[in-house]
Ligand binder design. Sequence first.
Ligand code: SAJ
Length: 433
Amino acid sequence: MVKTKKAKVAVVGLGYVGLPLLLLLSDMGFNVAGIDKNSKKIDQLKKGHLDFLKNNPKAKRFLKRAIKKTNFRLSESFEESRNCSFIFVAVDTPVDKTNKPDQRNIISASTNIGRFISKGTIVIIESTVAPTTTTKIITPLLEKFSKLKANEDFFVAVCSERVRPSFDVFSDMENFPRIIGTSDKKIAKTIKAIYQMITKGEIDIVDTVTAEVVKCAENSLRDVKIAFSNEVALLSEELKVNVLQVRELINKRAGVNDMLLPGPGVGGHCLPKDPWLLLSASKTKSARLIPAARAINDSMPQHTFELLKAALAENNLNNEKITIAVLGYSYIEDCEDTRNSPTQALLVILKDKGIYYRVHDAYVHPFNEKTPEEIIANADCLILMVAHDQYRKLTLKTIAKIMSHKIIIDTRNFYNRPEAKRLGFTYKGIGNV
Ligand code: SAJ
């Protein structure tokens, strides 16, 4: 059993995964060091200020308690990672413009950890990495800069995070099952012991590459499932059937949530990149389904614009002098995270076509400065991009009264189409026109 009070642990990368992990470990009594290259972030945290977790009561409570402790340290220096029992690596692992893994953060973290690592330390990669990254990139760098031997002097394992930025990160962390990838069976028991202190979920132990494939493939599967729904939605529009009814009847069959929801695109920090991390490990480049799914999902903002164009034409309106009210900027409902948001892609298209738009999103500055009603008032078309709960308070009746033209592009099938029709709207939902 790991002795929490004594065990010194470090978390490298204090983002969406690393910061909650650091706060959780500190609250569990570990002697923790948080390391991040962003000095502003370090200073803010030392003052007890949170940014993306500012609305999370547990995070606020944990940080308030932690900064009073002597065994809670925050630093830009990897000096703090000396003599640790565990070092968790949670740096972000983006892909570049050509969808190739951008390994700079992982390389820099591995190099710096290597410089200070001591015998007995276990390095755990929580970042989602392309398969074989741990064995081919991370471990060799740790050996090179430490002059120590992996699986003798120090150990490396993969345990990719499974938190959802749009849910309570701590409940995910404390309940989700985890998959540990390690090449050393004896060390597996120790790593399992620490994760059993973190999560009530089941813990599986596999080899490193299998663990890396599982994490990338589970998000690739979700991306493919969403692309399937988007493709059926496009077909439904052509056949004038309601994709939501199709989905409901399909899922009713076996009571499983087989078919996901169509939408205006796939945002966030996981699904747009993890499929490319998975495929980057393939040297034969034979993959066709996963890239096709990515292309379908990335085409949905353009499809949203096509629906807008059709709706404007039906009302003898064209691009000049119209005002579009866009509801929702974040990538997912009731969340402030805007990474890869489909609305960002749509606004690029509107701007390119010279179409004037106003945006509302209560979670995202500066789109939270006006009320939804103010953004919608006198607009010619409303595009609902994110199903924020607050929009449920805005009835179609109210919307009908304040718009100049009654046109709705509903990318989340958020509104009731028959009611919209009764109120005289031109209504186009994705897969439900
Ligand atoms: N989306 C759809 N249709 C759907 C579901 C999602 O268009 O039916 C869109 C969302 O609007 C969003 C994007 O896809 O723009 C991603 O949504 P997501 O529900 O997959 O949420 P994420 O990106 O936070 O995904 C995370 C992932 N978790 C981790 O990587 C640890 C993913 O593995 C989870 O399955 C997912 O949360 C979840 O289950 O909520």
